[in-house]
Design a protein around this ligand. Structure first.
Ligand code: HEM
Ligand SMILES: *[C@@H]1O[C@H](CO)[C@@H](O)[C@H](O)[C@H]1NC(C)=O
Length: 321
C-alpha cells in the first residue's frame, strides 16, 4: 500500500509558493536536525494504522481540521478532561482517531522523546492520510507547539455547522485566513469518511430537501428513520469507494448526492459553483488546491518558538493537574 501511494503525485513546488504567505513561522524539514526520522516514523505509523482500518484516514484529516479551527493548530482537540481543562473540546464533538494519534505519538517518542509536538503529528498524519487514501502527497511545514488549554465553549463560534449556507461558510473560513477557493478545495474531504444520520435528517423530514437528488434522498430516508436512528453511521460518499480521498465529492455535489446543506450550498453561488465544476473536471488540479489549502490551514494561529510546550502524551499537558 505504502509503495503504490508513494508513487502518487508530489506537489511540493505549488505548496511552497502557498506557504510563503500562509505560515511564515513554520518551516519545511523542521525536525531535520532535532529528529531526522520524525516524518518517516509518523508516515510509517499512519500507513500501518490505515492499512488495518481504512476508515482512519478520514478520521485523521478531520481531527486536523477541528484542531486548526479552534485555537489554532495547537493540539487543543487532543486534550483529555483534567482539573486544568475541565471542559475540553473533545467532550463536545465526537471525533474518531484519538487512539491512532496516541499510537503515532508513541512511535515518534520511541525515536526521539519530547521533541515532536502533537500539533505537528496531527498535521503530518493528515498529510500522510492523503497519501495513503488519495495517492498524492505534498510537503507540510512543521514547528507547531502544543497549547496548554482546551475549552469546548470555543467550538460554536469557530467550527462551521452543516446547516450553513455558502456566505456563512465563507465568513467562517475567511476568519481563519482561508479563501472560498480553500473552502471548496477542503470540502473535498467529504469524499471520504463517515457521518451520522442526525446531521442528515433535517434535510429528510418532514419533507425531502428540494436541493437533494430525489432517489438519493429516498434511499437516505430508508437508512435514517424520522425518529431514532440518529446515531446510525453513513458513508459521506455513497457513490464510490467511501475510504478514498478524491474529487468524487464534486461530482456528488453536482449530482446533488451529498449529505449536508454546507456541501450542496457550494452550488448556490456562481463563484463557488464554478470551483466545484473545476475540481470535478480536474482531479490533479483539485489535489494541488487541496494540498495548498491543507498547508494554509496548518498555519492557522500556530504557537511557535518557546510558546506552549512539546507534550509527551497528546492527551495531557506535561504538568496537568
Ligand atoms: C465546510 C464546513 C464543514 C462542515 C459544516 C463539516 C461538517 C461535518 C459533519 C457534520 C460531519 C459528520 C460528523 C459525524 O457525523 O460524526 C463531517 C465529517 C467529516 N468532515 Fe467535515 N465539515 C466541514 C469541513 C471539513 C473540512 C475543511 C475537512 C477537512 C479538510 C473536513 C473533513 C471531514 C471528514 C474527513 C469527515 C469524516 C470523519 C470521519 O469519518 O470520522 N470537513 N463534517
Ligand atoms: C519505516 O519503515 C521502513 C520500511 O519498513 C523501515 O525501513 C524504516 O526503518 C521505518 N522507519 C522508522 C523511523 O520507523
Amino acid at each position: 500500500m505504502a509503495t503504490s501511494a508513494c508513487q502518487g503525485l508530489l506537489l511540493m513546488a505549488l505548496v511552497a509558493a502557498v506557504l510563503s504567505t500562509a505560515s511564515g513561522t513554520l518551516q519545511y524539514d523542521f525536525y531535520s536536525y532535532s529528529c531526522p526520522k520524525a516524518e518517516e516514523a509518523i508516515r510509517n505509523a499512519t500507513v500501518k494504522i490505515i492499512s488495518e482500518d481504512r476508515t482512519m484516514g478520514a478520521a485523521l484529516v478531520r481531527l486536523f481540521f477541528h484542531d486548526c479551527f479552534v485555537k489554532g493548530c495547537d493540539a487543543s482537540i487532543l486534550l483529555d478532561q483534567s482539573n486544568s481543562n475541565p471542559q475540553p473540546e473533545k467532550l463536545a464533538i465526537p471525533l474518531r482517531g484519538y487512539d491512532a494519534v496516541n499510537t503515532i505519538k508513541a512511535a515518534v517518542e520511541a525515536v526521539c522523546p519530547n521533541v515532536v509536538s502533537c500539533a505537528d503529528i496531527l498535521a503530518y498524519a493528515a498529510r500522510d492520510s492523503a497519501m495513503v487514501t488519495g495517492g498524492f502527497t505534498f510537503a507540510m511545514p512543521g514547528g507547531r507547539r502544543d497549547g496548554l488549554g482546551s475549552d469546548l465553549s470555543d467550538i460554536p463560534a469557530n467550527i462551521p455547522s452543516p446547516s450553513m449556507n455558502v456566505q456563512d461558510l465563507a465568513t467562517r473560513f475567511g476568519a481563519k485566513g482561508l479563501s472560498t477557493l480553500d473552502l471548496v478545495a477542503l470540502s473535498g474531504a467529504h469524499s471520504f469518511g463517515q457521518t451520522h444520520c442526525s446531521f442528515v435528517t433535517p434535510r429528510l423530514y418532514p419533507t425531502l430537501d428540494k436541493a437533494m437528488d430525489r432517489a438519493f434522498g429516498d434511499a437516505l430516508q430508508k437508512v435514517c428513520p424520522r425518529r431514532g436512528g440518529g446515531g446510525t453511521v453513513l458513508d459521506n460518499n455513497r457513490v464510490t469507494d467511501p475510504n478514498a480521498l478524491s474529487n468524487q465529492y464534486y461530482k456528488n455535489v453536482i449530482a446533488r448526492q451529498v449529505m449536508f446543506t454546507s456541501d450542496q450550498t457550494l452550488m448556490s453561488d456562481a463563484g463557488t459553483a464554478k470551483m466545484v465544476q473545476d475540481n470535478a473536471d480536474d482531479p490533479v488540479g483539485w489535489m494541488a488546491r487541496f494540498a495548498g489549502a491543507m498547508v494554509k490551514m496548518g498555519g492557522i494561529e500556530v504557537l511557535t518558538g518557546d510558546q506552549g510546550e512539546i507534550r509527551s502524551f497528546c492527551g495531557a499537558r506535561n504538568n496537568a493537574s
